[in-house]
Ligand binder design. Structure first.
Ligand code: WT7
Length: 664
């Protein structure tokens, strides 16, 4: 990737330039109340980064203090080594000695509408019971346990029961196929799988257990399966000797199960994520450092208070569900709203209806969801009283300024700060984000690295970029919640994350995020997307995310994905896949609209960014987590056959349609 500054001049021209300062009423009650206060935390962290994180670690409950706060054996880190700690204890037991034992930990809403509330005391009881179930099935400290479930409280109970006894959980998103589950169980050598008969999704009961049966026919290591019964009327087959009903096993055990005193570096979980190759990577996280950063970021980024009702729409199958549905909020004694189903069932206003009924105060969701709400129209939100909301968050991809403004205006009633949080499965916890009571925000940027996080934008040679010069997003000092390795593959860990910016006599190696970014004149970080999504057109680098942002700012466009295809003259040419809003003007000839969109991009960014080709499609192919499958689009754009792993496709028909459109 070149470091030509041209694209950066381009990008600075198109961004929403308004600055949104934290509302004074919000700042007054916030944990961090001003920029000055935030700056002093930053200065403190810069003068002693390890000491800064040690102070944060002291907010947790340790059975034994650590001996060494930080150890580095390039590129392998240890945080708080010698310390003894337990994640489940920090989420549950530490609250039982206070009034919080009777506070709601989880308020759960099923898609059909059932409600369940679990207090910290009852959640503790159920976790202890289930931990005893695992023990009765010979699951020991150090064993890996697969969790293949939907969004039910038992999924959280399963995670906490594992961590209570020192078993390492490996959660596989319930939307993944049997093949994906099989590969993840085999790669991690899981000994047990926790699942459920099925889940409610878009009004239907979707079975999960058959996928487990299919997967396990090719897994040797799994000896036991525990099945939570979501629907007593569902008929499922149970393999005698291997499969056990959750309710039957828990009825047979007591609720006494002290938390294991585990080493700080004991593996808490493995979570698989896609890399640039077909084989997913098992991102390996440990305990003390992960908990420290998950707890701290939950407190300061979401400004968590005891009277909040916090709703994070992420599935526990993703890192967001680990850090910001389960561990972070529960360590803070938060009340978490957990929802089973899809956002638009039975109607497009399901989220707004839930927010009104439960009086949700904090909403954390993804730009892709916001854009689909936008597409459905604000009338659905305006029907509801959303005045309980005080803070909004986003994560997962760059948010285009139009979606930011829409979120701010219609969901946040123009009063809620928005925290755009940048992080990754690998980073474990939030790394770059506003502090909602302190940081002025600009739509489209995650703003500044947190205190104690040395994120920066550098050139290929590791030297820092100038303001507005595009480069690579790196982290220059290890952080507590970082991945420790790729499970079973130290080589891949080194190659993927630590070989682009290796150690020099002046500095330790930099962690490479895989993202391209630029820092503006205020030091705010603008993510340009994964570097493989950053393309070089006639020697000018363009963030495909930026071109997409320009396209979706056109009144007719709902969503856009831009990819590169090889071009003899320019190196790469841009191909835009565009879905139109339902209210778009369809009387205009398509060629005219294409030309209009190309000119719109030229107007927003510059002629250089004009897509060479605009293709209209009914929908974009997405993974079940909502990420656009750019690899597939690139192959379609280049006229290649679609190859490789497509197990995460949300809807194969979308891909089929694209290919058919291509043939025409
Ligand atoms: C990649 C990580 C972190 C939980 C969900 C995704 C992109 C993430 C942002 C943001 C711009 C973002 C990056 C990153 N990303 N958050 N706020 N602004 N881009 O986790 O699947 O590990 O993906 O998502 O490209 O590298 P993930």
């Amino acid at each position: 990737m070149s470091t030509s500054p041209a694209s950066d001049q381009i990008s600075s021209m198109m961004h929403e330039t308004r600055v949104f300062s934290p509302p004074p009423e919000f700042s007054a009650g916030a944990h961090v109340k001003s920029l000055a206060e935030l700056q002093s935390l930053r200065t403190q962290a810069e003068s002693n980064i390890v000491g800064f994180w040690e102070d944060r670690a002291r907010d947790l409950s340790w059975f034994k203090q650590w001996d060494t706060a930080f150890q580095w054996k390039n590129p392998f880190a240890k945080w708080f080594a010698g310390g003894k700690i337990n994640a489940s204890y920090n989420c549950l037991d530490r609250h039982l000695g206070s009034w919080r034992r009777n506070k709601a930990a989880l308020i759960w809403e099923g898609e059909p509408g059932e409600l369940r509330t679990l207090t910290y005391q009852t959640l503790h009881y159920q976790v202890c019971q289930f931990a005893n179930v695992l023990k009765s099935l010979n699951v020991h400290k150090g064993d890996v346990v697969g969790i293949y479930m939907g969004m039910v409280p038992e999924a959280v109970i399963a995670m906490l029961a594992c961590s209570r006894i020192g078993a390492t959980h490996n959660v596989v998103f319930g939307g993944f196929s049997a093949e994906a589950l099989r590969d993840r169980m085999n790669d991690s050598k899981a000994v047990c799988v926790i699942t459920q008969d099925g889940v409610y999704r878009r009004g239907a009961f979707v079975p999960l257990k058959p996928a487990v049966d299919q997967a396990l026919s090719q897994v040797e290591t799994v000896k036991h399966v525990v099945v939570f019964q979501r629907n007593p009327d569902a008929e499922i087959s149970m393999t005698i000797g291997r499969d056990h009903w959750w309710h039957q096993r828990t009825a047979a055990v007591d609720g006494n199960c002290p938390a294991e005193e585990l080493d700080s570096e004991h593996p808490l979980f493995i979570l698989y994520t896609s890399g640039s190759t077909g084989k997913p990577k098992g991102i390996y996280h440990t305990t003390g450092g992960y908990l420290t950063q998950a707890a701290y970021t939950t407190k300061v980024v979401f400004d968590m208070r005891d009277d909040d009702l916090y709703f994070c729409s992420a599935d526990i199958g993703w890192i967001t569900g680990h850090s910001y549905v389960t561990y972070g909020p529960l360590m803070n004694g938060t009340t978490v709203l957990m929802y089973e189903g899809v956002p638009n069932y039975p109607a497009p206003d399901r989220f707004w209806d839930m927010i009104e009924r439960h009086r949700v105060t904090i909403l954390y969701t993804a730009p892709t969801a916001i854009r689909s709400f936008m597409k459905a129209g604000e009338s659905h939100a305006l029907k509801h009283d959303l005045s309980s909301l005080r803070l909004l968050g986003t994560v997962g991809e760059p948010i285009n300024p139009e979606a930011w403004i829409w979120y701010h205006t219609y969901i946040g009633n123009s009063k809620c700060p928005i925290v755009d949080t940048w992080w990754q499965t690998e980073t474990g916890a939030i790394m770059v984000s506003p502090f909602p009571g302190a940081t002025p925000t600009k739509p489209g940027t995650a703003t500044l690295p947190l205190p104690g996080i040395m994120a920066d934008v550098v050139r290929k040679d590791g030297t820092p970029c100038e303001a507005n010069e595009g480069g690579y997003l790196v982290v220059k000092h290890p952080w507590p919640s970082m991945l420790r390795t790729v499970f079973g593959d130290d080589e891949r860990y080194i190659k993927t994350y630590w070989s682009d910016f290796p150690e020099t006599p002046e500095h330790i190696g930099y962690y490479f995020t895989g993202d391209g970014a630029r820092k503006d004149e205020d030091g705010f970080i603008w993510i340009m997307g994964r570097v493989d999504d950053v393309v070089n057109v006639s020697g000018h680098r363009l963030g495909t995310a930026e071109v997409e942002s320009a396209l979706v700012s056109h009144p007719s466009v709902a969503e856009a994905a831009v990819v590169a295809r090889p071009d003899e003259l320019k190196g790469s040419a841009l191909v835009a896949f565009v879905t139109l809003k339902t209210n778009a003007d369809t009387t205009m000839p398509m060629n005219e609209l294409k030309e209009q969109l190309r000119n719109h991009v030229a107007k927003e960014i510059g002629a250089i960014a004009k897509p060479d080709d605009v293709r209209f499609t009914e929908a974009l192919p997405k993974t079940r987590s909502g990420k656009i499958m750019r690899r597939l689009l690139r192959e379609i754009a280049s006229g290649n056959a679609v190859t490789g792993d497509t197990t995460t496709l949300e809807d194969f028909s979308v891909l089929e349609n694209l290919r058919t459109a291509d043939d025409e």
